[in-house]
Design a protein around this ligand. Structure first.
Ligand code: FE2
Length: 277
């Protein structure tokens, strides 16, 4: 069910000398935007579920039915197959900010109640999770955006700088970007695909922000909700999308499709002309 996610490669600020725990016990679930960390506890990680996205689409003139049942069925299927001890939702469970839509208030409590019937559920807050605490059933824990450390790995959403102890963990997992790559065929048609990105931490940024000499790494997760779009990492970014991009040495990031295909370093993909296939 899981596949390895090798280290990012041989860029100048690569992970040699990293204090990060072995990556052998943290791996993507084959074909899915899910990460499984195995240690004393089996932790399944999903991010950017964006329940309630349909409301924003409706405001923009696009009317589609609620996708919440479909997303819940997919997540429950993975939980039943993988049987983790805990599900960690790494931010952006809900979509609408600053206001919470009627759809979110109606659907999110039941969504979490059903998941918590299958396993323990923790949420690290993302930038879309305002008012979430009001909708969370008993037993589901909501953590601040500054992140958490579990079994030596640091988890945060990515729209704010994490706590220092998260950075000190050496292997960070973040989300927020909805990372993708745009690939072109020989006829010039292009398509965006969700990807995993694994990059060395940018030593200068870590030293400037925390006063730490860090040689750790960061894994950036693809979004669970396929409707919420992605940031094509091989195209010019419109903005910096928060600290996660400032912390990661993205030119040295190695990208992987959800089926495990190793696309190589982002810098090489860009140099090849924008990801031709
Ligand atoms: Fe998001």
């Amino acid at each position: 069910m899981t596949a390895g996610l090798p280290a990012p490669g041989t860029c100048s600020s690569s992970s040699s000398g990293s204090t990060a725990p072995s990556a052998s016990s943290i791996a993507p679930v084959f074909g899915a935007p899910l990460l499984l960390a195995e240690g004393k506890e089996r932790l399944l990680i999903a991010s950017d579920i964006h329940l309630g996205l349909e409301y924003e689409l409706w405001l923009g003139g696009v009317s589609i039915p609620s996708q919440t049942k479909k997303i819940l069925a997919a997540l429950k299927g993975y939980l039943e197959a993988i049987r983790p001890d805990r599900l960690l939702i790494l931010g952006d469970l809900k979509h609408n900010v600053p206001k919470t839509s009627w759809q979110e208030r109606r659907e999110i409590p039941g969504f979490l109640h059903q998941l918590s019937g299958l396993t323990k559920v923790d949420i690290v807050s993302g930038n879309h999770d305002s008012n979430l605490a009001d909708m969370v059933p008993l037993g589901v824990r909501v953590h601040p955006p500054s992140g958490i450390v579990r079994e030596g790995r640091g988890y945060f959403h990515g729209h704010t700088w994490p706590e220092e102890r998260v950075v000190r963990s050496g292997l960070l997992v973040a989300a927020h970007l909805h990372p993708a790559v745009r690939l072109k065929d020989p006829l010039g048609n292009s398509q965006s695909h969700p990807v995993w990105a694994r990059a060395p931490l940018k030593a200068e940024a870590i030293e400037e922000h925390y006063g730490l000499a860090s040689s750790g790494e960061i894994i950036i997760m693809p979004a669970f909700n396929p409707l919420c779009g992605g940031l094509a990492l091989n195209e010019p970014a419109e903005d910096m999308r928060g600290p996660v991009l400032a912390m990661a040495d993205m030119e040295c990031a190695r990208l992987y499709l959800l089926d495990g295909t190793d696309l190589g370093l982002l810098a090489e993909i860009k140099a090849s002309g924008g990801g031709s296939i």
